[in-house]
Design a protein around this ligand. Structure first.
Ligand code: GUN
Length: 283
């Protein structure tokens, strides 16, 4: 029996919690500023979804649209302006950025307390060290799903496929801090099916449609699919969903799984950022 994760339901639970927290804030509401550079249609949709989720929970949101031709220096200047604006609590620069802009220069320019994607080196360092900080949203969403389904993590074998800064690496560290034995796989990994077969927890974040076959899945495992691949206009994940159904104990669908949790965690991070800037340190 496979429990298929209802990302919509889980995201709504988190939104309800955020809504309550926002309503209680004395100097609120928090404000998220989303910066969109260029015309990437998928990025436009993601930012719109994030802003809608903010509005549904009482978080203010503003969007800054910059042309494809924006230089790295002027984007950094815009980030610095938002850093200095006390009415802005969270800054999100949607990735990917146009060619010619170094994303590390830009995420490194965001004030760490406003870095709701958790990509500033200070927050990355805190995550690696296991210190409190702002962490990337998709990994937080993945851990939330595992906890919500009471998937044991301590001492278990976790395999993460994909070593991106925003998903693979931070997910590996969050699982490690929860005492999983973590294997971080990537495009040069040999014997990937063998690695996956050992995984009590599998996180697939490679961006290759249905790459993980059903026959690779360990019976009774938790399978978290972060893939967002378009095949013939249809969205599908990195895992062959139908092949994993019946073998995995917990399985996330695409769409309707992790993506919705990413947005939900962004809301939590924005409230957290607001609290950090208002001297609340223990939330
Ligand atoms: N592009 C794809 N996912 C993300 C994300 O979580 N944050 C940002 N800023 N850009 C992205």
């Amino acid at each position: 029996m496979t429990q298929v994760v209802d990302g919509k339901k889980l995201a709504e639970e988190v939104r309800a919690e955020v809504r309550e927290r926002v309503a209680k804030l004395e100097d609120g509401p928090p404000c998220l500023s989303a910066v969109l550079v260029g015309e990437n249609p998928a990025s436009g949709i993601y930012v719109r979804n994030k802003r809608r989720a903010c509005e549904a929970t009482g978080i203010r949101s503003i969007q800054i649209d910059l042309p494809e031709s924006t230089s790295e220096a002027s984007l950094v200047k815009e980030v610095e302006r938002l850093n200095a604006d006390p009415s802005v609590h969270g800054i999100l620069v949607q990735l990917p950025l146009p060619d010619g802009i170094n994303p590390y220069r830009v995420t490194g320019a965001i004030r760490p307390e406003k870095d709701i994607d958790g990509l500033h080196p200070e927050n990355v360092g805190k995550l690696v060290a296991g210190l409190p900080g702002l962490y990337p949203n998709t990994p937080l969403g993945i851990l939330h799903i595992l906890d919500r389904f009471e998937v044991p993590i301590e001492g278990r074998s976790a395999v993460v496929i994909g070593r991106s800064e925003i998903v693979g690496k931070p997910t590996a560290f969050l699982l490690l801090h929860r005492h999983a034995t973590v294997t971080l796989c990537h495009s040069r990994t040999r014997d990937l099916p063998e690695r996956v077969r050992e995984a009590d927890i599998l996180v697939a974040a490679v961006g290759r449609a249905k790459m993980v076959q059903g026959s690779w899945i360990k019976p009774g495992s938790a399978v978290i699919d972060v893939g967002m691949n378009r095949v013939d206009g249809k969205l599908c994940g990195d895992v062959d969903f139908d092949g994993a159904l019946g073998t995995a104990a917990v399985l996330t669908p695409v769409p309707g799984g992790v993506g919705l949790m990413t947005v939900a965690m962004l809301l939590r991070n924005t409230v957290r950022a607001f609290e950090l800037q208002h001297g609340v340190t223990d939330a």
